[in-house]
Write a new protein. Structure first.
Lengths: 452, 452
C-alpha cells in the first residue's frame, strides 16, 4: 500500500486535481491520499489558507464576513465547476464554514485554527466526491476517526493511540481521502500541526498503516544537492538517507518538512518526493540505507541569520558545570541553539538570530557576567552556516581538508568548524556575505565534473 | 622587582643551591625567592616530598618513624654540609619535623599535608640561612605572614586578602625566601595547593607585589613549540601569550602549571621560564601581547586518554534544553568535559577517560536513555586531541585547510574538529594510535623550513 500526499499547488485547481486523480488511478496500491488546502495557481495567487486566515480575522474583528466568505467559496466553486461536481459539494462546504464561524471564539487561537483547517478538510471532501464521480470509489475520512493529538498547551503531536487507531485504515477497499494539517484531541479540540503540517499527516498515516512507500507529491522533480537558486543546475539526488535529509534541513531543502520525517523514520517507511506535474520522473527517495554513489557528499546546504554568543573565562575547562549553567541561561529565555564549539577557556553558542532582541541579549549578557563571572561575553551577528552532508564522509579522510581549502580559496575566513563524531556532516560558520560564494565553491569541489 | 621561583631540581643539592644564589645575586631586582622542596639529583633519586609522604604514612601506620625521619634528615644534612652551614639549621629542621609528627592526626589528609609541606618550608629556612651566610642578607618568610587560603573542604586557593597582605613584601631590603606549595587558612590550618603548587605561590607573590617579572626557574631552557620527545628538535618559543599557553596546556607543555598562570594573568605580570642550569639563555616569556612572528602557529600539543560520549536523537536540535540536561547528568557524576561538537541530531561530549569507570558509564548511559529518550547513546574510547594554537591563526584563512590536509596525508581519519570563534586554537580528535604521526606531520606543515 502507498500513502500519497499532495501539496497545495498539486490541488490548487480543477486541472491539478485531475492530474492527482490520474496519478492515484495509475497505481492501485495508492489507497490513502492526503491533501492540502488549494494553494497558489500562479505566483501572484492567494492560497485558500490565507483567505481563511483573512476570514477568521474579519469574524473576530467586526463580524463582517460576507465578502471574505465569498472569496473562499469562489475558489471551491471554481474547482467544483471545473470538475463538473455540481452545487451539492459547495453547499456542504459553505455550511461547514458557517458552522465554524459561529463557533465559540473565547480561545482565539483555536477559533482561527478551526477555520484555517477547513481548507484541508473541505478540499478532502471535494476530492473524495470527485474521485467517486469519475468511477474511483473514494471516501473522505475525518481526522476525528483516529488522528488523536495531545491536549493544549504543548505544541501539537500525534499520540501513540493515533497510530493504533489509524492502522485500521489499511483494510480499506475504497480510496481514502484524508485532510492534512490537523487532528483532534481526546476532548474533541481541533489542533493544527506546525508548518509543513500536511507532510506530517501523511507521514503519520504511512507509519500507522505500515505503508510500502510514502509518496510526497509536490511541484519539483526532486531534491537537489544544493540550492538551485545559488548553484547552477545542481545534481539531482536520487536517494538520500533520513539522516542526511535531516542534516541538510537548514535551507534550500525545504521541499519536505523535516519534522514530518520522524514517524516514517521510526518504522522505516521509505519516502518518495515526486512531482505532480511530472509524475513519471523518479523523484528523490528518502531511505534508511542507500546504495553508495561515487561521491562522499550527498548535499550542501547553507543558511544565514545566525548569531554567536561568545563567552571566555580563564580556567573555564576546570569548572565543572560551566557549560551547563550557560545553556540553562539560554533555556530560561527559551532559546534553542545549533552548536557549541569551544576552546579551553572559551565557548561559543551558535543560535538563530530571530530568537534574539536587544532586551534578551542584554539580559543574557548580564546573567553570564554576574552569575558565571565570565571574563568576556558578547553577541556577534551576521553569520551563515554551511553544512556538508553525506554518509560517505565517514570514511573519507581528506574531506575536511578539501572543504576547508575550497572555502579558503574564496578569501573567506572560517569562523567556526564543527564536526561531530557522527561524521555525516561538517559545519562551517562564515560571515553571511560569503555564503553564496562558498556554497558555489564547495559545490564545485565535490560535485563538478573534473575538467582537465 | 623580580619574583623568582626555583623548582625541585633547582634546589636538590648544595651545588644547585649555589647556582640559585649566584642567579639571585647577579640581579639586585631579584628580591623574592620562592623555593620548592629538594627534588631529584639524578633520574633515580627520590624527591624529599616523596620521602616525607613515606614518613607520614609510617607515622600513621605504626609510629615507627626513626628510619624514615633519618632518610629525610640525611638529605638536608648533605645540603647543609655542602653549603658549610653547620649543625644549627639541621637541628631547626629536625625539631620542626618532630613537632609536625606529634601533631593531631584526626584529619589524616591535613596531617599528611603538614608533613609534606615541611619540604618547602624547611628548604626555605635552609636557603635563607645560606644566602645570609655568604653575605646576601636574606629572611625566611612563612606563608603565615599573609598567604591566607580558604577553609576546607573546597580545593585550596588564595583569598583576596592574601594579595593585600603580601603586598607589604614589596618594601623589603633583604632577600625574602618564601616556601612554595602551601598557605594557611584564617583558622590556622596549613593547606597545600594542587600539583604545580610552588608555581602558584610564586604567581600569587608576583601579583601581590606587582612584580616587573615573575621568573620561573626550572631545568629546561624554554618551552618548545611541540613535544621534543615526539618531534625532533622543535622550535623554541621565545614569547607566548597567556592565552596561547593555556590552550597548549594539554600536554608536552607541562613545564609551567596552567593554574599558576591565573594570578599573574589577572594583573599582567609577565612570566619568564628560565633554566637554573643555563641562566644566560633567554628562556620563554609569557606575556599579554607578543610581537608577531612569521608563523601563524605558536605551538602544537597533543594528549591521549580521551573518551567520547555520543548521543543521537531525532529532532534533537528542536528540543530546548537537551544539551543542558545531558551536561547536567555528567555534572551529577562530577565529570568535566573538553568539547561538545554536534550535528543536528547528535552531540558528542569529549572528556578525559580517567574520569570514567564501567559503573559510571553504565549509570550515564541508563540516565541518557531513560531521561532524555535518546535513540542512540554510547561511549567510545582511545582518542587523542591535537591542539594547534596561535594568536596569528585568527586572520589566516587557509590554516584549517592546511592542518586538515596534513592530517589526512598520514592516513588518519579526523574524528572531530572543533574551532571556536576565538580562533586562537583548532582542535582535532583522532584515534590515539595516530597521535605521534599527526603531531609530526603538523609540525612539519607549520614549522619546518621549506626545502625545495
Amino acid at each position: 500500500m502507498i500513502v500519497c500526499k499532495f501539496g497545495g499547488t498539486s490541488v490548487a485547481s480543477a486541472e491539478q486535481i485531475k492530474k492527482v486523480a490520474s496519478i492515484v488511478e495509475s497505481n492501485p496500491a495508492r489507497k490513502i491520499v492526503v491533501v492540502s488546502a488549494p494553494g497558489k495557481r500562479t505566483p501572484d495567487d492567494i492560497k485558500v489558507t490565507d483567505l481563511l486566515i483573512d476570514l477568521a480575522d474579519a469574524a473576530l474583528m467586526d463580524g463582517a464576513v460576507t465578502e471574505k466568505l465569498a472569496a473562499v467559496m469562489a475558489r471551491y466553486r471554481a474547482i467544483a465547476e471545473g470538475l463538473h461536481l455540481g452545487e451539492e459539494i459547495c453547499q456542504i462546504i459553505q455550511a461547514d464554514l458557517e458552522e465554524r464561524l459561529q463557533a465559540d471564539a473565547s480561545n482565539v487561537e483555536l477559533y482561527v485554527d478551526a477555520i484555517k483547517a477547513s481548507g484541508e478538510d473541505n478540499n478532502a471532501k471535494l476530492i473524495a466526491a470527485y474521485f467517486t464521480s469519475i468511477g474511483m470509489p473514494a471516501r473522505y475520512v475525518s481526522p476525528r476517526e483516529g488522528l488523536i493529538v495531545n491536549e493544549l498547551p504543548e505544541r501539537t503531536y500525534a499520540l501513540p493511540e493515533a497510530y493504533t487507531q489509524l492502522a485500521a485504515l489499511a483494510k480499506t477497499d475504497e480510496i481514502i481521502v484524508f485532510p492534512g494539517f490537523f487532528g483532534y484531541s481526546a476532548s474533541g479540540v481541533l489542533r493544527t500541526f506546525d508548518r509543513g503540517g500536511s507532510d506530517i499527516t501523511g507521514s503519520i498515516l504511512s507509519a500507522a498503516v505500515r505503508a510500502d512507500m510514502y509518496e510526497n507529491f509536490t511541484d519539483v522533480d526532486c531534491v537537489f544537492s544544493a540550492n538551485p537558486k545559488v548553484v547552477n543546475c545542481p545534481v539531482e539526488i536520487k536517494e538520500i538517507t533520513y539522516r542526511e535529509m535531516r542534516e541538510l534541513s537548514y535551507a534550500g531543502f525545504s521541499v519536505f518538512h523535516d519534522e514530518a520525517l520522524m514517524p516514517v523514520f521510526k518504522v522505516g517507511v521509505p519516502v518518495n518526493i515526486k512531482n505532480t506535474n511530472n509524475p513519471s520522473a523518479a523523484g528523490t527517495k528518502i531511505v534508511s540505507k542507500r546504495a553508495t554513489t561515487g561521491r562522499p557528499v550527498t548535499g550542501i546546504s547553507a543558511d544565514s541569520g545566525f548569531s554567536i554568543l561568545y563567552v571566555s573565562k580563564y580556567l573555564m575547562n576546570r569548572e565543572v558545570g560551566f557549560g551547563r549553567k550557560l545553556l540553562q541561561i539560554l533555556e530560561d529565555e527559551n532559546i534553542s541553539y545549533e552548536h557549541t564549539p569551544s576552546g579551553l577557556d572559551d565557548i561559543s553558542v551558535i543560535m538563530r538570530s530571530t530568537q534574539l532582541s536587544d532586551e534578551i541579549e542584554a539580559r543574557i549578557l548580564r546573567r553570564v557576567k554576574e552569575e558565571l563571572y565570565a571574563d568576556d561575553v558578547e553577541f556577534r551577528h551576521g553569520f551563515s552556516m554551511i553544512v556538508i552532508v553525506g554518509e560517505g564522509m565517514r570514511h573519507n579522510t581528506g574531506l575536511a581538508a578539501r572543504a576547508a581549502s575550497a572555502i579558503s580559496k574564496t578569501g573567506a575566513n572560517i569562523e567556526m568548524i564543527n564536526q561531530g563524531s557522527s561524521e555525516v556532516s561538517l559545519v562551517f560558520g562564515v560571515m553571511q556575505k560569503y555564503e553564496n560564494q562558498i556554497l558555489q565553491a564547495l559545490y564545485a569541489e565535490f560535485f563538478a565534473t573534473v575538467t582537465a
